[in-house]
Write a protein that binds this ligand. Structure first.
Ligand SMILES: [Cu+2]
Length: 64
């Protein structure tokens, strides 16, 4: 499991967006997003560069 910090999520819609885009990244098996803390847990072995990239493309700020 990998944990990243995502900034810019403000509501349940943001959470669903982040879950959806991450679930499409190759190697991602499951995603858990905690809106209050911005903590995102990812099961599987995706490229973390790719994870950060897709989150940035969606308008949020990710740090590993
Ligand atoms: Cu939102």
């Amino acid at each position: 499991m990998s944990t990243i910090q995502v900034k810019g999520m403000t509501c349940g819609g943001c959470v669903r967006t982040v879950e959806r885009i991450l679930s499409k990244v190759e190697g991602v098996e499951a995603v858990r997003v905690d809106l209050a803390s911005g903590r995102v847990e990812i099961d599987g072995k995706p490229s973390m560069e790719e994870v950060v990239r897709v989150i940035s493309n969606a308008g949020y700020e990710a740090s590993a």
